[in-house]
Design a protein around this ligand. Structure first.
Ligand SMILES: Cc1cc2nc3c(=O)[nH]c(=O)nc-3n(C[C@H](O)[C@H](O)[C@H](O)COP(=O)(O)OP(=O)(O)OC[C@H]3O[C@@H](n4cnc5c(N)ncnc54)[C@H](O)[C@@H]3O)c2cc1C
Length: 384
């Protein structure tokens, strides 16, 4: 008889990565999966604070291919997982105001087209025609993919957790992992305030906190938490239903429809790394000034809500998948501010890495932890 606190797998972190990993392990027939979340509810970390954007438009082939696997999984989500997630294909439109970005994006669009993603290249005049409500005099060109869009993050997390629970997974909230046990360089389990749990495999899926969590097992991860914030407005009937997810790349400033109003965010390039998730009021003013300059009708909008959350940055803005120097201790983290959309495939690949020794759906071996020590970094340009 196996004791109740013994599992085959322990997954730490109930955001999109942990939920997807737990589900994909359970879907491979394993009933003894334990998912542990420190907060009162699942999906209140980076996943619950994200802008919900999903896109094919990246600058590296591996990120494009992660999207090519993950976004179709989101399209099939309701059918396969049994939860509606409101996939809205509004398209992502990157608008480019300087020659360097225009040249780089043109190369990126060519790469996307080569691997089978139909991103379109648009002239400045075409953009001014399409978006008459925006001030785009300085825009040189843009990149648009009509398959990009928006998905409900809470639906994805809860869909995976409910499906995993139906397959036997135990998923606990209010259960922070406070230490990780390692014996003879092998992970054996974790401790929480409500008791100890044992498993030969433990996965760190704690997003912006992943560096702190892995440190409990003696593993160093180069993951830096970085605050990002956005706000939503009162209804703006002037914004058409087909308004795309617009990203002013040089300013890291974005807008998309959210209910009857707009969601807009802007990344502070001078943000100090740390775990502060309070709104920075000074940056909010900088953001609103830039947003109104781009979209003047925002001047008459009221504030509906605002939120700050944490990106989980790695030095090359690519995630870390797989093994660590401690046997049985795995990591899936560091998605650098664009991980929600890659959550579905990331969990599937983690189940393959853990159970089969390698990922067969997509080769992500170049995204291992060892690449930082070995100098094999792969830089992503399209970070917002
Ligand atoms: C403002 C903002 C906008 C974003 N917009 C987008 C976007 O449009 N599209 C996109 O794809 N991505 C976006 N992202 C990035 C995306 O949110 C993340 O890449 C993704 O959600 C990371 O998922 P995760 O599961 O790794 O982390 P999280 O969702 O943070 O999950 C980690 C979980 O681990 C838990 N945890 C931490 N420590 C412990 C512990 N010791 N014990 C137990 N549990 C623990 C946390 O409470 C948390 O719930 C955005 C992020 C932010 C902050």
């Amino acid at each position: 008889m196996i004791p109740a606190n013994h599992f085959d797998f322990i997954v730490i972190g109930g955001g999109v990565m942990g939920a997807s990993t737990a589900y994909h392990l359970a879907a491979r027939g394993f009933k003894k999966v334990l998912l542990l979340e420190k907060d009162e509810f699942f999906g209140q970390g980076a996943t619950g604070r994200c802008a919900g954007g999903v896109r094919y438009q990246f600058s590296t082939e591996i990120n494009i291919r992660l999207s090519m696997e993950s976004l179709p999984m989101l399209e099939r989500f309701e059918e396969e997982i049994g939860q509606a997630i409101d996939y809205r294909k509004c398209g992502y439109l990157f608008i480019l105001s300087n020659k360097k970005d225009a040249a780089t994006f043109k190369r990126n669009v060519a790469l996307q087209n080569k691997v089978g993603v139909k991103t379109e290249w648009l002239s400045g005049d075409e953009l001014r025609r399409r978006l008459p409500m925006m001030r785009l005099d300085d825009i040189l060109a843009g990149a648009f993919n009509p398959q990009d869009g928006l998905v409900d993050p809470n639906g994805v997390v809860m869909g995976y957790i409910s499906a995993a629970q139906r397959l036997g997974t135990i998923a606990l909230t209010n259960t922070p992992v406070v230490s990780i046990q390692v014996k003879d360089n092998r992970v054996t389990g974790v401790s929480t305030p409500s008791g100890d749990y044992f498993a030969p495999v433990v996965v760190d899926a704690t997003g912006p906190w992943a560096g702190v969590t892995s440190q409990m097992a003696g593993v160093q991860l180069p993951i830096t938490p970085l605050r990002r914030q956005w706000l939503t407005t009162s209804p703006l009937p002037e914004i058409p239903d087909d308004f795309p997810f617009v990203l002013d790349f040089a300013q890291s400033l974005y807008f998309h429809r959210e209910g009857p109003g707009l969601l807009t965010g802007m990344s502070n390039p001078n943000e100090t790394p740390g775990f502060d998730q309070n709104i920075d009021p000074d940056w909010e003013l900088v953001h609103m000034e830039a947003a109104i300059a781009r979209l003047p009708l925002l001047e008459k909008a009221g504030l509906a809500s605002k939120l700050a959350g944490l990106y989980e940055m790695t030095p090359d803005a690519h995630p870390i998948f797989g093994k660590t120097p401690v046997e049985g201790f795995f990591v899936v983290a560091g998605f650098s501010g664009h991980g929600f959309m890659h959550g579905p495939i990331a969990g599937k690949l983690m189940a393959e890495i853990i159970l089969d020794g390698h990922a067969s759906t997509l080769d992500v071996s170049m995204l291992d932890l060892a690449r930082f020590a070995e100098g094999r970094l792969i830089y992503e340009y399209n970070v917002v």
